[in-house]
Design a binder for this molecule. Sequence first.
Ligand SMILES: O=C(O)CCC(=O)C(=O)O
Ligand SMILES: [Fe+2]
Length: 279
Amino acid sequence: MKLETIDYRAQDSAQRFVESLRETGFGVLSNHPIDKALVDTIYEEWQAFFNSDEKHDYLFKPETHDGFFPADVSETAKGHTVKDIKEYYHVYPWGRIPDSLRENILRYYQEANALAEELLGWVEAHTPAEVAVNYSIALPKMIENSHKTLLRILHYPPMSGDEELGAIRAAAHEDINLLTVLPAANEPGLQVKAKSGEWLDVPSDFGNLIINIGDMLQEASGGYFPSTTHRVVNPEGADKTRSRISLPLFLHPKPEVVLSERYTADSYLMERLRELGVI
Ligand SMILES: O=C(O)CCC(=O)C(=O)O
Ligand SMILES: [Fe+2]
C-alpha cells in the first residue's frame, strides 16, 4: 500500500481521492485552495503563543472544552496508559481565542470547512448506491453550520530526554469524527497503519493537505469507509530539538444528525468521550 498524492485540480481528482480514502482511510491533496501563506503564519504565531506564559490564561473549561490543554492533562489514546507528549488548544468559533490570533485562525477554520464540505460531496458522489441509501442526509449537510466542528492546534515540544518510557507524540488511535482535514505539519512524524500492519509515513511536504476518515463516517457508511489507525512518532537525532505544530480540523456533524440505526452524532460522541474518560 502506498499513499499517493492527488492533484486537487486534476480531472479525475474526486474519484481518485475517494478511492484512496476507501483503500487506506487517507487521502493526500496537492494544489488545493487553502492559502499556504495563511497556514505558515498560523504555525508561526501559535508557536509563539505556546512558547509564552499567556497560554495559561486560557486553560480549557471542563464544561465546554475550548481553550488550552497543558501537557499534564493532555490525552491518553484509547487502549493506552501512557500520555501523549503534546499540548494543544481547542478553537471553536464560539469559544475563547486570544485576540491577536483570532482573525487568522477563524479564517482558516472557515476556509477548511468550506473545502471539507466540497470533499464530503466528492465522498457522497463516489459512494456506491447501496451504501449511500443509509446516509440519513447528504454528507456535506451533516457538518453545515455545526458548532461541534473542532480545530485543534497541536504543539509537540522538543524532546527533553526525560519523557515517560514508551511515550510518543501521539499514540496509535482513530479519530472519532466524520472526516479530519490536516495541512501537512511543519515537521514529519505522522504515520498510518496499512492493512498489512506496517506503518507508512504520510507525505509531509509543506502545502499538502491530508484528509482522513473518522469513526463516524465508518459508522454512517456501514464500514465501507475505514477509519484508519494513525500515530505521530518521536523525532530522532538533530530533529529532537524541533517543535512540531499541526492543525487538524475534526469535522463533527450537528448533534441531532442520525449516523446509523444505533447512533446519532451526539450519542456516538458521548459514548466515545466517556470511554476516553474525558467526560
Ligand atoms: O499531529 C498530527 O499530525 C496528527 C494528530 C492527530 O492524529 C490527532 O490529533 O488526532
Ligand atoms: Fe488523529
